[in-house]
Design a protein around this ligand. Structure first.
Ligand code: BEZ
Ligand code: FE
Length: 298
């Protein structure tokens, strides 16, 4: 198995016999899917242990790591999802569950900062609700893969402020930089948000320590989250990223897809805004994101 540490035929047979014994222990599982998943998991875990010839001290370190991940996890902090994110597993699950379909917009990682029941805004309103950052006019359309508009699509948007914090990380419990709106009768939408800025994933726990040990940065490329749903269509969870952001190449959770990188155009404070809003001498930006939903069930 391992080229650095070849084992004798007898030793290899012992190891393989153990795998078959463990796999067979699940043969009686009445739920076929559960049986398939667990037997495959056992085969892959054993292959991993054999391939790296996992030491007992290393096994202990892994147990300590998982224990620490459990200790820091509560209803607000989910270290196991974070671990899945930095190992690229979350993005692989996204890929497997959102198969490429025609010109449908690509999905990306959900992340831990979505909140149900974010306030509703009307077209052109501001989802920042006082969060600090450069105002950004965001507009686009929601269409099906044939190009027909989808009116009434529910569009959830959320993002970090310019200091890199989501509202759920504030200590005063206020809601900011998140909202939902509905596409209009032409399938179009528009709102004010914030120009996205980079921020680190939570890195004060075991996952952060692991990243540090391997010289990896916890930073995410600047992004604005979207979740778009409409009856008869596959719900799309995605982000847009900022063209030119140097972190696009090394997003800590592997969420970047080229098709999701869009232009954010900078405007001086003296330039008129698309809707005539007075930004009180603040510079602003604008972007466009045209969304294409795949049909449900593909
Ligand atoms: C986020 O984009 O909000 C996020 C995604 C994965 C891990 C942490 C944060
Ligand atoms: Fe995010």
């Amino acid at each position: 198995m391992s080229e650095q540490h070849p084992v004798s035929t007898e030793q290899a047979q012992r190891e393989l016999d153990l795998i078959e014994l463990v796999v067979a222990s699940f043969d009686g599982a009445p739920d076929e899917r559960l049986r398939t998943v667990l037997q495959s998991l056992v085969r892959h875990l054993h292959a991993f242990v054999r391939e790296v010839r996992l030491g007992e001290a290393e096994w202990n370190t892994a147990i300590e790591f998982l224990t620490a991940a459990g200790r820091i996890t509560d209803e607000r902090r989910q270290e196991f999802i974070l671990l899945s994110d930095v190992l690229g597993v979350s993005m692989q699950v996204v890929a497997v569950n959102n198969e490429a379909y025609a010109n449908a917009t690509e999905a990306t990682v959900f992340g831990p900062f979505f909140v149900d029941d974010a306030p509703e805004i009307r077209q052109g309103e501001d989802m920042a609700f006082g969060a600090v950052g450069e105002p950004c006019w965001v507009e686009g359309s929601v269409r099906d893969t044939a190009g027909d508009p989808i009116p009434g699509a529910r569009i959830e948007v959320w993002e970090a402020d310019e200091d890199g914090f989501y509202d759920v990380q504030y200590t005063d419990g206020r809601t900011a930089a998140r909202a939902h709106l509905f596409s209009d009768e032409n399938g179009d939408y528009r709102f004010w948000g914030l120009t996205p800025t980079p921020y680190p994933i939570p890195h004060d726990g075991p996952v952060g320590q692991m990243l540090e040990r391997v010289n990896r940065s916890p930073m995410r490329a600047s992004h604005l989250h979207f979740m778009v749903s409409a009856p008869g269509f596959r719900t799309l969870v995605t982000h847009i990223f900022v063209r030119g952001d140097e972190l696009l190449e090394r997003d800590s959770v592997f969420g970047v897809k080229e098709s999701l990188v869009v232009d954010f155009v900078k405007h001086g404070a003296d330039e008129p805004t698309p809707d005539g809003r007075d930004l009180e001498s603040r510079a602003w930006s604008n972007t466009r994101f045209d969304i294409v939903l795949a049909p449900a069930g593909v």
